[in-house]
Design a protein around this ligand. Structure first.
Ligand code: SMG
Ligand code: MG
Length: 366
C-alpha cells in the first residue's frame, strides 16, 4: 500500500467536567490526530499523549515533532500494518507517537480490504462491558453523587482515582453507600512509594478488584514487594510499555492484572501481543483509556472484545467526557458499548464538528 501523505491535525476538545488525577487536572483534551491518505482510503490514528509529560514522558508537541521529523519520513514506500512497527523500531521510545501513526495506517489498510478492527484483532464478542474512571473530587458527598450518576447510567464497574489523602475514606464511603456487589477498583497513577505499604494495606478491607499503578513507572521490583504485602491484586498501567515489560512484570510477580492501553504501548499489534502473553500466563487484562475521542474509542472497544479482556475497561460512552464527540457518539446500552463492524475503525469524523475543534493542520507529502 502506498501512503501519499500524512496529515497531523491538532484538536481541542472541552471536557464536560474537569478530570483530576494524582498528577493534575484536565479541563480540555488536547489531541493530535494522524490521518494517513492512500489512493484508495484514508485512516485515522489518535495520539494519546497529553499536553504535559505528567502521565508519562510523552507530550503532544513532542509527539508531533518526532512524527514529522523521524517517524513519518521512515515509512517504507510500500507499507502495510505490520511493516510500520518494523520501520519505526530503530527510534527509541515515543510509543504514543508510533501508535498513532501505526493506527492510521492500519485503519487505511483495513478500510481498503473492508475488514473491521474487531475482526482483524480477533474480537470474540459484539459488545463490551464498560467501566468508568471517576476523578478526585473536593468532597466525599460530591464523589458519591458522581458515582451514583454513573451507576444510574449503567456503568458496570467504578474506578476511583486516588492519591495520598484521598484513598481509604472515599473508598470506604463508596463501599458503604453502594454495597459489596459493586465492582470497584482504584488507580493511584504512581502516587505512592513502598513506604506506604501499610497504609495501602488498609484498602484490603474493601474487596477491591485491583489497585492500579500504586508505585512509580519503573518500580517493577518494588511492585513485586508490595504485592506480597497486599491482598488487593496489583494492576500495572504506566509500567507496561511493551510485551517485554509485561513479561518481566509477570516473571517478577509485580502484577496479576494488566491495563492494556494501545496508545501507550505502541499500537494495537503490540496490544494484541500483550493480550496473548497475559492470557497464556493466566493474567487478566482490561482496556484502559486516555479520554479518547470516538476515533480512539472505536479501536479500543474492538480490542476490548478479545477473549482475554475479562475485566470491564475504561471504555466509557462519549458523553462521559465530551458534550459533542467528533464521531457519532458511543452510547452505553445496558452498560455495554457495541463493537463497530464497518471497515477499519468503523466510525468517521463528522467534518463540521472536526473543523470546529481543529486548532491546526499540517500536511506531509510522502
Ligand atoms: O478514557 O476513561 C478514560 C480515562 C481513564 O483514568 C483513566 N485514564 O491512568 O488510567 C489512567 C488514566 C490516564 C489519563 S488521566 C488524565
Ligand atoms: Mg491508570
Amino acid at each position: 500500500m502506498k501512503v501519499t501523505g500524512i496529515e497531523l491535525r491538532r484538536i481541542a476538545m472541552p471536557l464536560v467536567a474537569p478530570f483530576r488525577t494524582s498528577f493534575g487536572v484536565e479541563h480540555d483534551r488536547d489531541v493530535l490526530l494522524v490521518r494517513a491518505v492512500t489512493p484508495d482510503a484514508e485512516g485515522w490514528g489518535e495520539c494519546v499523549a497529553m499536553t504535559e509529560p505528567l502521565y508519562s514522558s510523552e507530550y503532544v508537541d513532542g509527539a508531533a515533532e518526532v512524527l514529522r521529523r523521524f517517524l513519518i519520513p521512515a515509512l517504507p514506500e510500500d507499507v502495510d500494518a505490520y511493516r510500520v512497527g518494523r520501520a519505526l523500531e530503530p527510534f527509541k521510545g515515543h510509543r504514543m507517537a508510533k501508535a498513532a501513526l501505526e493506527t492510521a495506517i492500519l485503519d487505511a489498510w483495513l478500510r481498503t480490504s473492508g475488514e473491521s478492527f474487531g475482526r482483524f484483532l480477533g474480537a470474540a464478542a459484539d459488545r463490551v462491558p464498560c467501566g468508568v474512571s471517576v476523578g478526585i473530587m473536593d468532597s466525599v458527598p460530591e464523589l458519591l453523587d458522581a458515582v451514583a450518576g454513573y451507576i444510574d447510567e449503567g456503568y458496570v464497574r467504578i474506578k476511583l482515582k486516588i492519591e495520598p489523602g484521598w484513598d481509604v475514606e472515599p473508598v470506604r464511603a463508596v463501599r458503604e453507600r453502594f454495597g459489596d456487589d459493586l465492582l470497584l477498583q482504584v488507580d493511584a497513577n504512581a502516587a505512592y512509594t513502598l513506604v506506604d505499604a501499610p497504609h495501602l494495606a488498609r484498602l484490603d478491607a474493601f474487596g477491591l478488584l485491583l489497585i492500579e499503578q500504586p508505585l512509580a513507572n519503573d518500580d517493577l521490583v518494588q511492585h513485586a514487594q508490595l504485592a506480597k504485602r497486599l491482598t488487593t491484586p496489583i494492576c500495572l498501567d504506566e509500567s507496561i510499555e511493551s510485551a517485554e515489560h509485561a513479561a518481566a512484570a509477570i516473571t517478577l510477580g509485580a502484577c496479576s492484572i494488566v491495563n492494556i492501553k494501545p496508545g501507550r504501548i505502541g499500537g494495537y499489534l503490540e496490544a494484541r501481543r500483550i493480550h496473548d502473553l497475559c492470557r497464556a500466563h493466566g493474567i487478566a487484562v482490561w482496556c484502559g483509556g486516555m479520554l479518547e475521542t470516538g476515533l480512539g474509542r472505536a479501536a479500543n472497544v474492538a480490542l476490548a472484545a478479545l477473549p482475554g479482556f475479562t475485566l470491564p475497561g475504561d471504555t466509557s460512552g462519549s458523553r462521559r467526557y465530551y458534550a459533542t464527540d467528533i464521531t457519532e457518539p458511543f452510547v452505553l446500552e445496558d452498560g455495554h458499548l457495541r463493537v463497530p463492524t464497518g471497515p477499519g475503525l468503523g466510525v468517521d469524523p463528522i467534518p463540521a464538528v472536526l473543523d470546529e475543534v481543529t486548532v491546526s493542520t499540517e500536511w506531509i507529502t510522502l
